[in-house]
Ligand binder design. Structure first.
Ligand code: AMP
Ligand code: GLY
Length: 419
C-alpha cells in the first residue's frame, strides 16, 4: 500500500520511520516532510491547506492511506475532503476534531456525558468573564477556546493575572482562538497522557506517556510544545488506565457518535491525576509531539495495518505489541525557544545511533547540502533501554555528541520516573 504522511515535525519523522518498517508498505510520501523524514519517505511539495490539491495527488498516485500528523489540517477539514473522495485517512473529521479545536465544545461534552473534568464556564464577553473570575478567586485557569499552538492557557495564581489573560484573549493577541474563553477551576495533581486508537465505535489503548511542558529544568520557565517525554507513564497503573477508559474515553466516543461526529484517529487525553481520580484536562486529536517519538520507539507491532484499521472502522481485530523497555526522548531546541530564536544555524554533525536509539528531526532543513536548524524544536534524541535511568544515560550521551552550538535542552527529562 502506498501512503501519504502529512506533516514535518519530529512526530512525523517517528511515524515515517515506523511506517517504513512495514512489510505492507509500498511507497511512502511525506508532505512537506523534513531532512530526517527524507530518509524514510519521498518528500513532496504539496500545499496541505489546498485540500483539492492533496486529493488530486492521492488520486494520481493511488494512495491507499493518508496519515495526518498535525491538528491544523484536521480542524480545517482535510480528512473530510479525503473521505469524500473515498481515500482512507487516519485522522478525524472537522466535526470530530472540535475535541481539540474548541475547548468549550469539549467541556460541554464532558457535562453531557458526566466525564470528570475541572468545573468551568464559557464566556464570549470580557466583562462577564472578569466578574466570574472576581467571584471565584485565584488560582484559576483561563483558556482561549480555539487552537492557539499551546499558548492559549494561563494558570493564573492571582486575580490580576487572570484578568490580564482575559484581556489577551479578547484583545486579539490570540486572533480567532480567543473569540471565546473557558474559565476553569484549577486542579492539582500530577499529569499524564493516554493515547487511544479510535475507529468511530471502538477505542483501543495505545499507551501512556509523560511530557515535560516547561522550557527549563525543574519545570521552570514558559510553557512549550514539549521538551521531552518518556513512556510508559509510571503513574498510569492498570487500575487508573481502566478508570480512564471507562469514565473518560468511552463516554467521549459515545457522545461523539450521538452528535453524528464519530471520532476516528488517535485521541490523546491530557489527564490530571487528582485525589478524586483521573480528570480530563484537555483532548488532542493527534499524536503528541514528542510523545509519539517514545511510543513509536516502543511499539513492536506493524503500525500500518493499525492505522488502516482505525481509518476504515475495523479496529476489533487489532492487537498491539510493545517492547517492555521504557523509552525516553529529549528535545534539542534553538536557544531562545519558545520566544524568538536565530534561524538557519548550522548543525555540524550528528552522532551515529545504535540499536534502540534514534535522532528524529523536527525543525531542520538542508541549505546548500548543509543541515541547519530552522524551527524552535529541532531534534529529538531518543533511546530505549532496560531501565529508564539507562535510557536517560543513552540519550544524554548522544545529546553531548550533537555538534550544534545554538541548541539547548533540559537535563532532567524523565527525572519523575524514579523520583
Ligand atoms: P494545554 O496547553 O491545554 O495542554 O494546557 C497546558 C497546561 O496547563 C496543562 O498541561 C496543565 O498543566 C495546565 N492546566 C490546564 N488546565 C488546567 C486546570 N483546569 N487546572 C490546572 N492546570 C491546568
Ligand atoms: N507535547 C504536547 C502536545 O503534543 O500537545
Amino acid at each position: 500500500m502506498d501512503v501519504l504522511l502529512i506533516g514535518s515535525g519530529g512526530r512525523e519523522h517517528a511515524l515515517a520511520w515506523k511506517l517504513a518498517q512495514s512489510p505492507e508498505l509500498g511507497r511512502l510520501y511525506a508532505a512537506p516532510g523534513n531532512p530526517g523524514i527524507a530518509g524514510s519517505a519521498e518528500c513532496v511539495a504539496l500545499d496541505i491547506a489546498d485540500h483539492a490539491a492533496v486529493v488530486a495527488f492521492c488520486q494520481a498516485k493511488r494512495i491507499g492511506l493518508v496519515v495526518v500528523g498535525p491538528e491544523v489540517p484536521l480542524v480545517a477539514g482535510l480528512a473530510d475532503s479525503l473521505r469524500e473522495a473515498s481515500i482512507p485517512v487516519f485522522g478525524p473529521s472537522a466535526a470530530a476534531a472540535r475535541l481539540e479545536g474548541s475547548k468549550g465544545f469539549t467541556k460541554d461534552l464532558c457535562t453531557l456525558k458526566s466525564i470528570p473534568t475541572a468545573r468551568y464556564e464559557r464566556f464570549s464577553q470580557a466583562d462577564a468573564a472578569k466578574d466570574y473570575v472576581r467571584r471565584e478567586g485565584a488560582p484559576i485557569v483561563v483558556k482561549a477556546d480555539g487552537l492557539a499552538a499551546g499558548k492559549g492557557v494561563t494558570v493564573a495564581s492571582s486575580i490580576e493575572e487572570a484578568l490580564a489573560a482575559i484581556d489577551d484573549c479578547f484583545g486579539g493577541s490570540l486572533a480567532s482562538a480567543g473569540v471565546e474563553v473557558v474559565i476553569e477551576e484549577c486542579m492539582t495533581g500530577p499529569e499524564a497522557s493516554l493515547f487511544c486508537f479510535c475507529d468511530g465505535d471502538r477505542a483501543v489503548l495505545f499507551g501512556t506517556a509523560e511530557d515535560h511542558k516547561r522550557a527549563f529544568d525543574g519545570d521552570k520557565g514558559p510553557n512549550t510544545g514539549g521538551m521531552g517525554a518518556y513512556s510508559p507513564s509510571y503513574l498510569m497503573t492498570p487500575d487508573l488506565i481502566e478508570r480512564t477508559m471507562a469514565e473518560i474515553i468511552r463516554p467521549t466516543l459515545e457522545g461523539m457518535r450521538e452528535k453524528g461526529a464519530p471520532f476516528r484517529g488517535v485521541l490523546y487525553a491530557g489527564l490530571m491525576l487528582t485525589e478524586e481520580g483521573p480528570k480530563l484536562i484537555e483532548y488532542n486529536v493527534r499524536f503528541g509531539d514528542p510523545e509519539c517519538q517514545v511510543l513509536m520507539m516502543r511499539l513492536t507491532s506493524d503500525l500500518l495495518p493499525v492505522l488502516f484499521a482505525a481509518a476504515t472502522g475495523s479496529l476489533e481485530a487489532v492487537q498491539l505489541g510493545w517492547s517492555p523497555e521504557p523509552a525516553v526522548t529529549v528535545v534539542l531546541a534553538s536557544k531562545g525557544y519558545p520566544g524568538d530564536y536565530a534561524r538557519n544555524t548550522p548543525i555540524r554533525s550528528l552522532p551515529e545511533t545504535g540499536k534502540g536509539e534514534m535522532i528524529f528531526h523536527a525543525g531542520t532543513a538542508l541549505r546548500d547540502g548543509e543541515l541547519v536548524a530552522t524551527g524552535g524544536r529541532v531534534l529529538n534524541v531518543t533511546a530505549r533501554a532496560d531501565e529508564v535511568a539507562e535510557a536517560v544515560d543513552k540519550v544524554y550521551a548522544l545529546v553531548d555528541r550533537v555538534d550544534w552550538s545554538e541548541g539547548f535542552c533540559r537535563r532532567d527529562i524523565a527525572h519523575r520516573a524514579w523520583r
